[in-house]
Design a binder for this molecule. Structure first.
Ligand code: SF4
Ligand code: SF4
Length: 469
């Protein structure tokens, strides 16, 4: 499939012979009947006839995410520069230096910059993803958009409705994609619908990294398509199910889940929770350590694609500034444009006044120390090495004090994103080492993540000891 993707990027897909259709796997059998078992991220591929491609496409089988190294050249025309990884001691205290860093953020065509959606109500943040998708559809550059929609939104429920993929052909349908996606959702489940509809020639696919990786692997098999755009989101630690996300709110944040419309772990070291009539923030440190295990899907513990390396353009928030007391639905997000298609999508959204661009993203503060401190106090890591996981978090006042101190002295902007990427890479490497063993771990980690692991192994004896534990 990789070689045919090269072909598909240059020529019409129409001359590719029809492929044999395979029997989809019943979603009721998740995860045991899915090839990646407990590490299946429910990307949706196996729920379609494209399940026949699973061995080559799945981000959690065989070389898995290590395929990204090679796929970057196919999708973007070149691999990321692995020699520009930024470490705090090598950058000035407050600067935009590093907004083009590829080793950590992936292929970038232009510096990472800030953006907000323009006048988009009821979005999770300010609606950057929805704004770009709408602009592409309204300008008739695509015939349809694959996105995740809350299926009960029409009934007035915008919070805990089950999230389902849809093929949106109208602005109203795209708008159903606004709001929170609280759990893993099978974006690729609609592939057969795309393949069977000859009226869809130009497609915009929106998805998280693991789904984009599988989509890129089968893209050339979607033989009706003449043009494909991929709009990605940054993603880490998704919840396995809606029920697990609800349990996190009930037992972790101690709020009534039925009132909650969205939540996120934000850059001020707090979980932000939106309800219909309130906005609550809780310091990370007040959460019980034991809540992590049920709240974070196994796939996300084996994921090395936080930055969505194979999308044309990526929307995130970790590298954006967050002022004190700011809300997620009023704050900037980041845009990482990876290639010409990504630039075209952003320009379209700006031209239609749906998107407002801000400054180039900046960062300051050391990120390495905090990454190491987080790893050594992490609940999932503690359970890997048979340490006791705390059943209760810090008292509220102490958590607030900690969050205040971290905001004052910890990494900010792009350096917060660097901290978060490094922490997740280190934690997830320990997870795959623990679960899959050394050989498989080393063959399924992408080169850029390997660089991060090697660096911390060298600078931190505690992390080096965890690896050899
Ligand atoms: Fe199939 Fe996707 Fe699960 Fe892999 S992650 S087993 S491709 S549904
Ligand atoms: Fe997929 Fe990784 Fe996001 Fe989990 S964290 S949903 S594995 S991209």
């Amino acid at each position: 499939t990789l070689s045919t993707l090269v072909f598909a990027n240059s020529f019409s897909f129409r001359s590719i012979p029809t492929r044999t259709r395979s029997k989809p796997i019943d979603p009721a059998g998740w995860p045991d009947r899915f090839p990646a078992k407990e590490h299946c991220s429910k990307c949706g591929l196996c729920e379609t006839s494209f399940v026949s491609n699973v061995t080559d496409a799945c981000a959690f089988l065989g070389p898995g995410m290590a395929r990204i190294d090679e796929m970057e050249s196919i999708v973007h025309g070149r691999r990321r520069n692995l020699d520009d990884m930024v470490w705090s001691k090598k950058m000035s205290r407050s600067s935009s230096a590093g907004a083009e860093e590829e080793a950590r953020f992936g292929v970038v065509q232009q510096p990472i910059r800030l953006a907000k959606g323009n006048d988009m109500d009821n979005a999770q943040w300010t609606g950057v993803v929805t704004s770009i998708a709408l602009a592409m559809l309204e300008s008739e550059q695509v015939d349809a958009v694959i996105c995740i929609a809350n299926t009960d939104r029409d009934n007035g429920d915008t919070s805990w409705a089950s999230s389902e993929p849809i093929v949106a052909r109208t602005a109203e349908e795209v708008l159903r994609g606004r709001g929170v996606k609280p759990a893993l959702a099978p974006s690729l489940r609609v592939l057969d619908e795309i393949q069977d509809d000859p009226s869809i020639r130009r497609l915009l696919f929106c998805g998280v990294g693991c789904a984009v990786q599988a989509f890129r692997a089968i893209q050339s098999d979607l033989t009706n398509l003449e043009q494909v755009y991929v709009l990605g989101t940054n993603c880490a630690d998704n919840s396995p199910t809606v029920e697990a996300a609800q349990n996190f709110i009930q037992e972790g944040v101690k709020m009534d889940a039925s009132t909650v419309k969205g939540y996120e772990f934000m850059q001020d070291f707090k979980v932000h929770v939106k309800t219909a009539d309130s906005y609550v923030t809780k310091p990370y440190f007040t959460l019980p350590g034991t809540i992590a295990d049920s709240s974070i899907a196994m796939s996300c513990r084996a994921c090395f694609d936080y930055t969505n390396a194979l999308a044309d353009v990526v929307v995130g928030y970790m590298g954006a500034p967050l002022e004190a007391n700011a809300r997620m639905d009023g704050s900037f997000q980041t845009l990482t444009v990876r290639n010409e298609r990504g630039a075209q999508m952003v320009q379209t959204a700006v031209d239609s006044s749906r998107l407002i661009l801000g400054e180039v993203a900046t960062g300051k503060g050391s990120h390495e120390q905090l990454a190491v401190a987080t790893i050594t106090s992490d609940a999932l890591v503690a359970s890997m090495v048979n340490q006791t996981v705390p059943k209760v978090g810090m008292p509220g006042w102490m958590g607030e004090l900690m969050a205040f101190g971290m905001r004052q002295f910890g990494p900010k902007g792009l350096n917060f994103a660097r901290y978060s990427i490094d922490y997740h890479v280190l934690r997830n490497y320990l997870h795959i080492l623990d679960t899959w063993g050394q050989e498989r771990a080393d063959s399924s980690i992408p080169q850029y993540s390997r660089y991060i692991v090697d660096y911390y192994k060298e600078i931190d004896t505690e992390f080096a000891m965890l690896i050899s534990a």
